[in-house]
Design a protein around this ligand. Structure first.
Ligand SMILES: Nc1ncnc2c1ncn2[C@@H]1O[C@H](COP(=O)(O)OP(=O)(O)OP(=O)(O)O)[C@@H](O)[C@H]1O
Ligand SMILES: [Mg+2]
Length: 501
């Protein structure tokens, strides 16, 4: 008899009010495989894995672990059965060290001497080839390192199955390579990995098996050798997806946004101009001032020096709502932090930032609820936001649908400038195509667009002009067809290699 799969989920159904998130889903996870789970935003990937990890009880179906039917009531239960999950928002304790975080909460952990804790964690890290200093404090770590700590934490608890929900969404390309090296090492030792991702190139690179979900159901199972990016995309969304869009030919007009010598936070004298009908793409490795640049333009962080000018008007030191009224629409990089109020309804989120406009409130601050709700209904429809109703809270939307809601709201304002930071992070391929075409439409309508993105593909797909950001400064300007190696050098701060523009 052959050994049973590590985990079998059979006919699992999970409902939320008004949605069937998982509809009779069956999946087998074998020892020593990387099993990719792909599908549109809201397809039910995270939910399925949260059921397996004991966060949600299933409404139907069964789960077997090593050939035995089990009920998993909590993450603690899941870990006891060898199942671990790393979430996208990490839950580490900042002032503690790496070793303390890895061992924290484990029986007898208080009794361990710090040297012994460090030694054990170093040994574990070594075994799987993880680069990490056990005595470093978590608050000093990069995102990629924090993720390593989360994975080590699960391994320390002896899990055989590691669920990673969009682990590369927040990683730089070198961090992704390092993660993949670690995952291969884990696979060699017989561990099983569930890899949820929207990045199909990565899925094809790392997966042994691929399961595709659509609207809560399994619609296909395949292997990298038997499929392609285009085929996978079509299985996911049910129609062919273009990976390149036609850039509209637009006359580039007058300067709309002028940034001069911006200083503060990581910004160290940043100059940049964006013109009407132009998309300027800011390429760069995250952490080089992207967040500060966006926050500075939106008045969300004080500057130590420099000027921000929109249509000839100085914006420096006016409030965020005045900046919005002056004509800047903003897609922030962190949708949960800056883009939405998660516990408010979709209709409230749909008007956020504009609730005081005369369209939506009477003098004296009385909101015109009916109009605001009509707006929300229209936004949901135009942007194909999958939600039960406009009354549900933003928290219940899948990640991709949250992002679409922000876009819908911001593009509704007819801005002079669209400031888009990581606008497609976490979106499925179909949704990316949609967002890209919306951004190109902004350009066609003569608006200025400042695009900040860590995805070079995205920068190339949209930009009329590419600039590189390194350590708070623009290190180069490039034509939209400049070789990626050249842009890459600018991203690493090689000013000499860049051309003026
Ligand atoms: N806690 C919840 N309450 C209500 N509905 C939920 C909840 N969690 C998920 N849903 C709904 O279940 C469906 C599946 O969501 P899920 O988060 O599993 O999708 P996903 O495939 O992970 O999508 P994404 O790629 O956007 O992360 C969606 O319609 C979502 O709105
Ligand atoms: Mg998800």
């Amino acid at each position: 008899m052959s050994t049973p799969p590590l985990v079998v989920m059979r006919g699992v159904t999970k409902r939320f009010p008004g949605v069937v998130a998982n509809d009779d889903v069956s999946i087998e996870l074998r020892a020593g495989e990387v099993h990719a789970l792909v599908g549109e935003n809201g397809a039910g990937k995270s939910t399925l894995m949260r059921v397996l990890y004991g966060i949600y009880p299933p409404d139907g179906g069964s789960i077997e672990v090593r050939g035995r039917e089990v009920r998993i009531h909590s993450p603690r239960d899941a870990i006891a059965r060898g199942i671990g999950m790393v979430h996208q928002h990490f839950v580490l304790v900042d002032p503690f060290t790496v070793a303390e975080n890895v061992i924290l909460g484990q029986e007898g952990s208080q009794l361990l001497h710090p040297d012994e804790a460090n030694r054990r964690v170093a040994e574990l890290a070594d075994m799987y080839g993880f680069q990490i200093d056990p005595s470093a404090r978590v608050e000093q770590l990069s995102v990629g390192e924090e993720q390593r700590v989360e994975i080590l934490k699960a391994l320390y608890r002896g899990v055989d199955l590691l669920i990673l929900d969009e682990p590369t969404a927040v990683l730089t390309p070198p961090e992704t390579s390092a993660l993949f090296a670690n995952l291969r090492r884990l696979r060699e030792t017989g561990k099983t990995i569930v890899f949820i991702s929207h990045k199909l190139d990565e899925v094809l690179e790392i997966a042994d098996h691929i399961t595709v979900l659509r609207r809560g159901k399994v619609v296909g199972a395949t292997k990298p050798a038997e499929t392609s990016k285009a085929k996978l995309a079509e299985m996911m969304v049910g129609r062919p997806v273009l990976f390149r869009l036609e850039k509209p030919k637009t006359k580039i007009g007058e300067a709309v946004l002028q940034l001069e010598g911006l200083r503060g936070g990581r910004l160290r004298g940043l100059d940049l101009e964006v013109r009407a009908g132009e998309i300027v793409g800011v390429a760069g490795v995250e952490g080089n001032g992207q967040r500060d640049l966006a926050d500075a333009i939106m008045g969300l962080r004080p500057l130590e020096g420099g000027h921000i000018v929109l249509d000839g008007r100085e914006l420096t030191s006016i409030s965020t709502s005045e900046i919005r009224n002056a004509g800047i629409a903003f897609i922030p990089e962190d949708r949960q932090d800056q883009g939405l109020v998660l516990d408010m309804s979709l209709w409230e989120n749909g008007v956020l930032g504009r609730q005081d406009d005369e369209d939506f409130s009477r003098r004296g601050g009385i909101l015109l609820i009916k109009r605001i709700k009509q707006l929300a209904v229209r936004l949901l429809q135009e942007f194909d936001i999958r939600a039960r109703s406009i009354e549900t809270s933003a928290r219940t939307l899948s990640g991709g649908n949250q992002q679409k809601l922000i876009l819908a709201r911001e593009l509704e304002t007819d801005p002079r400038l669209l400031l888009a930071a990581q606008p497609t992070r976490g979106l499925d391929v179909g949704a990316i195509e949609f967002v890209w075409s919306e951004i190109l439409e902004q350009k066609a309508a003569g608006r200025a667009v400042l695009l900040i993105s860590a995805e070079l593909d995205e920068i190339y797909a949209l930009s009329d002009r590419i600039v590189t950001l390194y350590e708070g400064r623009i290190t180069g300007a490039y034509a939209p067809d400049a070789p990626a190696e050249e842009v890459g050098r600018g991203m690493l701060g090689d000013v000499a290699a860049t051309k003026a523009g």
